[in-house]
Write a protein that binds this ligand. Structure first.
Ligand SMILES: [Zn+2]
Length: 123
């Protein structure tokens, strides 16, 4: 997908993916929170499973469950956040700057949806 400057037509366009960065950060933070919840339930599950193997098994199971829950929650949140950010990028945040003329534009506003049919027809 080649982006083109709507001002001068240059393809030397750089894009700043704000949404992807924000989404990744928000997703990681949210994922960490979800991971904490996952760690708790993972620890619970691990502890109850570990109880079969005695007190040591319960502790080890709890730790493993907590780690597993935190990892799953954190990575899932990050991926979801980046995906969400990509969606924002494509529709809201997508910010491109032309390297040739410095023109800044968004893909959404770039769409040719301006019916300027106020063409003075001379007879
Ligand atoms: Zn340009």
């Amino acid at each position: 997908m080649t982006k083109q400057c709507p001002s001068c037509g240059s393809t030397q366009v750089s894009s700043a993916n704000y949404g992807r960065k924000i989404g990744g950060t928000v997703g990681t933070v949210g994922g960490a929170a979800a991971g904490a919840a996952g760690a708790l339930s993972g620890a619970e599950a691990g502890t109850s499973i570990g109880f079969i193997f005695g007190p040591t098994g319960a502790v080890l199971g709890g730790l493993a469950g907590a780690l597993f829950g935190a990892l799953i929650g954190g990575s899932t949140g990050c991926v979801a956040g980046v995906k969400l950010g990509e969606t924002f990028d494509d529709h809201i945040f997508t910010h491109h700057q032309c390297s040739s003329c410095g023109h800044e534009f968004n893909l959404s506003t770039e769409a040719p949806s301006s019916p300027s049919s106020s063409n003075t027809h001379s007879t």
